[in-house]
Design a protein around this ligand. Structure first.
Ligand code: FAD
Ligand code: NAI
Length: 485
């Protein structure tokens, strides 16, 4: 069996692994990355990118049918959709992104090995590929093996009747009736787009609220209203107990606050969370410490308990988000190269690509209070008062800023509305820089843009937004932007 030696061996070529490999190579390390399925990982092939392609298509279709006529378009009653063509387009987007990763790895002289990696000792592993098995010996290993869907008793994923996100995103026919188990990120993203394309969608959520604890409750309310408007039925405190096949589909039994009900559907989408792939690749056998939730235990430099072995991305810790994985990829490569680096991000911004989008950075109100910020200033600015949003016919939602009342430091920003995903980075920068609301309020934002809502929400926090009527704070005189700083 051939043995190859490297400075850095990365296992898994998702947004954590491929980024770590590129950065390690940029820093002069002889690097390889091992991947068993697809370059770009879950994110580029069956996660972030294909889901956003489908969401874009559904939004386009929905707006054409619902907003088009108001703008003067003569739209037929039903805009027909060729699902096979939609799948081809979606796949071409994924292929382009995955192909781009291949080029980047090649251009940075990273050795790519396609196959299954398994540690045989803390210092070596084997790669089982189509052309045989290779042994790797590396000075440093980066475990970036990601996560997979959680299954619940009675709902084994077969991608026929019970789908995971991967199966749902690959459907080349409309699912007429879909039951989604889990009203979190994936269930609502996929459930929303399918409903906009005409599917009959029912969401079963075990918790008493959608996106329970995952997003600002005021933002969730806006999305819940839109789901209803788009025909999605939401059942809260609803636990799926089992299902059976029927003549024309499936029948799901659900317990809603102690009462049993059945729901008929064509398919079930199971989205109750994802679990780290820490039970694979021989990680346990070589003695890596794994916590009770299945994450490989890491420190601030993403070092594991074994010298020379690092872990990043979904396999290492929450949040299971692509940009967090990539940030850790760069970090770990720089630690390996001897740089003085540690994970010190104040916030990992998060986006839920529902309709309208929810995006957040920093703390929610409850989290801020729990951290001792008992006195808060909270400002909200609605998209309905923003010229660009009105001209886009996308006026639902708001920007909400949470600041410490004494220091005016921005603690959290929560957005629900058009392009929330693209607006949130300004908030993340503000939080990283320790900015005050005055910094956002006094930054000139171009007009007419959705970005002006951030400036106006900051003004609203201070009590004097221009484009909404606010009651004076104390007496009739309102403080200037710097007056309270
Ligand atoms: P992964 O992307 O999972 O990559 C791990 C790679 O390791 C895989 O390619 C796997 O094949 C490989 N691997 C595993 N074990 C081995 C082995 N033994 N040998 C060789 N290779 C191995 N996040 C966002 O930030 N934004 C989004 O919009 C978003 N949308 C999502 C939509 C869906 C439907 C899903 C499922 C997830 C989404 N996510 C999103 C989450 C995001 O995909 C993950 O957080 C991200 O992919 C994690 O990156 P990673 O590098 O840790 O792992
Ligand atoms: P999730 O954790 O977002 O949501 C799971 C939901 O299922 C929760 O609301 C939970 O209460 C509910 N649930 C659990 N057990 C249940 C049961 N038996 N019956 C009914 N409901 C039940 O998990 P999801 O949606 O699978 O996504 C996994 C992760 O992938 C996310 O947490 C996120 O980190 C990542 N992701 C990120 C996206 C983004 O950034 N836009 C998009 C998609 C996924």
């Amino acid at each position: 069996m051939a043995t190859e030696k490297f400075d850095v061996c990365v296992i898994g070529a998702g947004p954590g692994g491929y980024v770590a490999a590129i950065r390690a190579a940029q820093l002069g390390k002889k690097t390889c990355v091992i991947e068993r399925e697809f370059l770009g990982g879950v994110c580029l092939n069956v996660g972030c990118i294909p889901s956003k392609a489908m969401i874009t298509a559904a939004h386009f279709h929905h707006r054409m049918m619902h907003d088009g006529p108001t703008m003067g378009f003569q739209v037929p009653e039903v805009v027909k959709l060729d699902y096979k063509k939609l799948q081809e387009w979606k796949q071409s987007v994924c292929n382009k992104m995955s192909g781009g990763v291949a080029q980047l790895l090649k251009g940075n002289s990273v050795t790519v090995m396609m196959g299954e990696a398994t540690f045989t000792s803390p210092k070596s592993l084997t790669v089982k590929g189509k052309e045989g098995t290779t042994t790797i010996e590396a000075a440093n290993y980066v475990i970036a093996t990601g996560s997979r869907p959680i299954e619940i008793p009675g709902f084994a994923i077969d991608e026929k009747d019970v789908l995971s996100s991967t199966g749902a995103l690959a459907q080349d026919k409309k699912i007429e009736r879909l039951v989604v188990i889990g009203g979190g990120y994936i269930g609502l993203e996929i459930g929303s787009y399918m409903a906009k394309l005409g599917s009959n969608v029912t969401v079963l959520e075990a918790a008493p609220a959608l996106l329970n604890g995952l997003a600002d409750p005021d933002c969730v309310q806006v999305v819940a209203r839109r789901l209803k408007k788009n025909g999605v039925e939401v059942m809260l405190s609803a636990k799926a107990k089992g299902w059976k096949k029927t003549k024309d589909g499936v029948e799901v039994t659900v317990d809603v606050e102690g009462k049993e009900q059945t729901i008929k559907a064509d398919k079930i989408l199971l989205t109750v969370g994802r679990r780290p792939n820490s039970d694979q690749a021989g990680l346990k056998a070589i003695g890596l410490t794994i916590d009770s939730k299945g994450f490989v235990t890491v420190n601030g430099q993403r070092k594991t308990n074994l010298p020379g072995i690092y872990a990043i991305g979904d396999v290492a810790c929450q949040p299971m988000l692509a940009h967090k994985a990539s940030h850790e990829g760069v970090l770990v490569a720089e630690v390996i190269a001897g740089h003085n680096r540690a994970y010190d991000a104040k916030t990992v911004p998060a986006v839920i690509f529902v309709d309208p989008e929810i995006a957040s950075a920093g703390l929610m109100e409850s989290e801020a209070r729990a951290k001792g910020h008992t006195d808060l200033k909270i400002g909200k600015f609605p998209f309905a008062a923003n010229g660009r949003a009105v001209s886009m016919m996308e006026t639902e939602g708001f920007v909400k800023i949470i600041a410490d009342a004494k220091t005016h430091v921005v603690l959290g920003v929560h957005i629900v509305g058009p392009e929330a995903s693209n607006l949130i980075s300004e908030a993340a920068l503000a939080i990283e820089m320790g900015a005050c609301v005055e910094d956002l309020a006094l930054t000139i934002h171009p007009h007419p843009t959705l970005g002006e809502t951030m400036m106006e929400a900051a003004e609203a926090t201070l009590g004097h937004a221009i484009h909404i009527i606010q009651k004076p704070l104390q007496g009739s005189a309102r403080p200037g932007p710097r007056a309270n700083a």
